[in-house]
Design a protein around this ligand. Structure first.
Ligand SMILES: [Zn+2]
Length: 405
């Protein structure tokens, strides 16, 4: 099912076209057949065959034929994705968030199982607990389990160039070293599983958000307790550590001498993160700060005291935002994204955003500050986007499973 596409074969070309049709319907539906043909750029015969197949398996619905405004005597039906046509699970595993979300084929949340207090020290038991949560959601919501097609996971992990996430997860933030997460989760749920770093997952959610209307090259920085980055460059999504994007989390801000766990000073992870906010509030540094995996509660408290207007907390977020501006300015100089997206619980905090904007204005003027966009997408929404794009709006859609449903 997860076999790579061989672009030479007719069957794979058909799957690729089906992928385009589903993506277009998910982003812009409902659409008429002629609008689909125009947008997807495939032949009418191909669109007809693909939509027929998707209607037959219940993933696409066709409305009653309607008169087309302005076109006398012409009637067209509209095609749209059927919410109950397929379902997927989005699993989130980060230092401060653990949850399982059941979504329908339109990406609407059906039910959520929050497990924020989940203990990750025994990985197998933790993964089983998340799988049990997913099974409970399916049972309680009464959906047809044979329409559940896959699991997307967004997790706190910084990719190393030689790391294959699908084989094993190494994450200091989670305290995991070589955990075969995809295999274990897939075995418990009997479904295919796709893992992605949280920043990439958040970028998918941002690109799917029509109200943000983001085009061109984009750099996303997720600031939670630590910092993660992802980008869309030349139409391709890349995460930090992979080819094409370095690791902005360890960009060294020149005006800071705060020591980072990597041995350098001034790294964004230590100066522009939730950990930086807590360092300022509690007088911590690298030598006496608790591990990232233990900071979740403190960050929640800092966020709520800033929301209440408490000055020390607000200043700490503002300061971290100013540090982040140095990293964003450097990223613009190096890779030139059209948009800079701030995401994550620290990244979308209002004083942090203010500090970033002020810093960007000082460094590069209003035109640099104008590139900044703030995403309010949550980690859970992001994980669901991974599942939808990998297993439903995708050439990997298990159409024979839906056929049998
Ligand atoms: Zn560092």
């Amino acid at each position: 099912m997860n076999s790579p596409l061989n672009l030479g074969s007719t069957a794979d070309l058909r799957r690729r076209n089906r992928d385009k049709v589903l993506n277009e319907l998910s982003l812009s539906g409902p659409l008429s057949r002629s609008a689909l043909i125009e947008r997807v750029g495939v032949t009418g015969a191909s669109v007809s065959r693909i939509t027929r197949e998707l209607i037959d398996v219940g993933l696409v619905a066709e409305s009653e034929a309607l008169s087309v405004a302005g076109v006398l005597g012409r009637r067209q039906s509209l095609l749209s994705i059927r919410a109950e046509g397929a379902f997927a699970l989005g699993v989130t595993i980060t230092a401060n968030r653990k949850s399982v979300t059941l979504v329908n084929a339109l990406g609407k949340v059906v039910a959520v199982d929050m497990q924020d207090g989940l203990d990750l020290t025994e990985p197998d038991a933790a993964i089983k607990s998340l799988a049990d949560g997913g099974q409970k959601l399916v049972k309680q919501s009464g959906i047809d389990p044979s329409r559940l097609v896959g699991v997307g996971v967004g997790l706190a992990v910084a990719l190393q160039p030689d790391q294959d996430l699908s084989q094993a997860v190494c994450s200091p933030v989670l305290g995991w070293e070589g955990v075969p997460l995809a295999q274990i989760l897939s075995r418990y749920l009997e479904l295919p599983v796709k893992l992605e770093p949280r920043a990439t997952a958040l970028l998918r959610a941002v690109l799917r958000n029509k109200s943000l209307d983001i085009a061109g090259d984009v750099l996303l920085v997720n600031s939670g307790i630590g910092v993660g980055t992802a980008a869309k460059l030349g139409g391709r999504i890349v995460s930090s550590g992979s080819t094409g994007l370095g690791n902005l989390a360890h960009f060294s801000v020149p005006i800071s001498n705060a020591l980072c766990r990597c041995g350098r000073t001034g790294c964004l992870e230590t100066t522009g993160s939730g950990a930086a906010v807590l360092d300022q509030l509690f007088g911590w540094d690298q030598s006496n700060r608790p591990p990232f995996s233990a900071l979740s509660q403190k960050l929640t408290e800092a966020l709520s005291s800033a929301a209440k207007g408490e000055t020390a907390s607000r200043k700490a977020f503002f300061r971290a935002g100013e540090m982040m501006a140095y990293g964003l300015d450097a990223a613009v100089a190096l890779i030139g994204p059209d948009k800079l997206v701030l995401a994550g619980e620290t990244g979308r905090q209002s004083d942090f955003v203010e500090g970033t904007l002020e810093g960007l204005k000082k460094l590069g003027g209003q035109s640099l500050a104008d590139r900044l966009v703030v995403s309010v997408a949550t980690s859970a929404q992001a994980s669901c986007c991974v599942a939808l794009e990998e297993f439903i709006y995708s050439h990997r859609l298990n159409i024979s499973k839906l056929m049998a449903a």
